[in-house]
Design a protein. Structure first.
Length: 319
């Protein structure tokens, strides 16, 4: 049966991986090392990972392109948390005989973060909390969600759930994506709009689109310019969906507000321009970070290792 001797768990920012998975099911002969930082220097990363024959990557925190994979001669098993990882070159790994496995997830925690951002911005919760701690009482007037228009860009699994919450709050929900048709929108219980209509009409725009060559830069300066003064754009998908220079300009001009959980460079450097922008609520890519999701991820990672060592890989990713 295939054997493994050393497992690297990458990018465990919070230091919780070993406490949230059934690692004791694995043979004691398998050495496990956890890394809490993210190495972006390729040479340093190669030096760190070269000794390992099994690696668990946390989503897309550390990409595995072909140029990295080909320099890891000992690698036999590469695991990603979640059912897909666009940062992994699966074809390159399989060409070298490396097994690439995913894991199950749990629920849709990104929906929670989406609505946390929306509701905090609508009701000015962070500002009011700071004011209260400073001894001030009711310094702003927020806006209720009911009666507002929610524009959902991308009506897949997550977009549909976000839309359902908006409807429950009494919002008018409109949707658009490159693949959406009026018939599909109607089947989901929302109204179809063109891209131009959505950005012009929505009080809140939220993005739920997979990043690809087709969707990169999907939201540009012209789209942001169509938004109502003070309207909110929320991105819990991937930062490159929005033209970042255009977004920063619109925020600095105080034309719109933004709730952002994803960034071009993660972890976000302390000098990142977005940190200085007004009218924002920023969270450190918490969309998939929940105790339930982590438990499912690490249970799945253990199962992937067990399956590999039994000669029966599980949840192999397609090339």
């Amino acid at each position: 049966m295939p054997s493994l001797s050393r497992l690297a768990i990458l990018d465990d920012y919070q230091g919780v991986a070993l406490s949230m998975g059934p690692w004791d099911r694995l043979p004691k002969s398998l050495s496990i090392e956890v890394f809490r930082d993210t190495l972006k220097d390729r040479e340093a990363l190669v030096q760190r990972l070269a000794p390992f024959d099994a690696i668990l990557g946390m989503r897309e925190r550390t990409p595995f392109p072909a140029a990295l994979i080909e320099r890891l001669p000992n690698l036999k098993l590469l695991i990603t948390t979640g059912e897909r990882n666009r940062g992994f070159d699966v074809a390159a790994a399989k060409a070298r005989g490396i097994t690439v496995s995913g894991t199950p997830g749990a629920g849709a925690p990104t929906v929670d973060i989406t609505w946390a951002l929306i509701l905090n911005l609508l009701r000015n919760v962070p500002a009011e909390m700071e004011s209260l701690r400073a001894g001030r009482w009711q310094t702003t007037v927020g806006t209720s969600a009911g009666g507002l228009t929610l524009g959902v860009v991308g009506l897949g699994k997550l977009g549909t759930r976000v839309a359902a919450v908006g409807k429950a709050l009494g919002m008018k929900v409109i949707a658009w994506s490159q693949n959406l048709t009026p018939e599909k929108a109607e089947a989901a219980g929302v109204a179809y709009a063109t891209k131009e209509e959505l950005f012009a009409r929505a009080d809140v725009v939220t993005l739920h689109v997979i990043l690809s060559d087709r969707s990169r830069g999907l939201v540009g300066a012209a789209d942001l310019a169509r938004m109502k003064p003070g309207a909110i754009i929320v991105n819990t998908s991937r930062a490159p969906l929005i033209d970042q220079a255009a977004l920063i300009a619109a925020l600095n001009e105080r034309r719109i507000r933004a709730g952002l959980d994803v960034f071009d460079d993660e972890p976000l450097p302390p000098d990142a321009p977005i940190l200085a922008c007004p009218n924002t609520m920023l969270t450190p890519h918490l969309g998939y970070v929940s105790s339930q999701a982590y438990a499912a991820y690490f249970e799945g990672a253990v199962a992937a290792i067990e399956g590999y060592m039994a000669g029966k890989p599980v949840m192999e990713l397609p090339a």
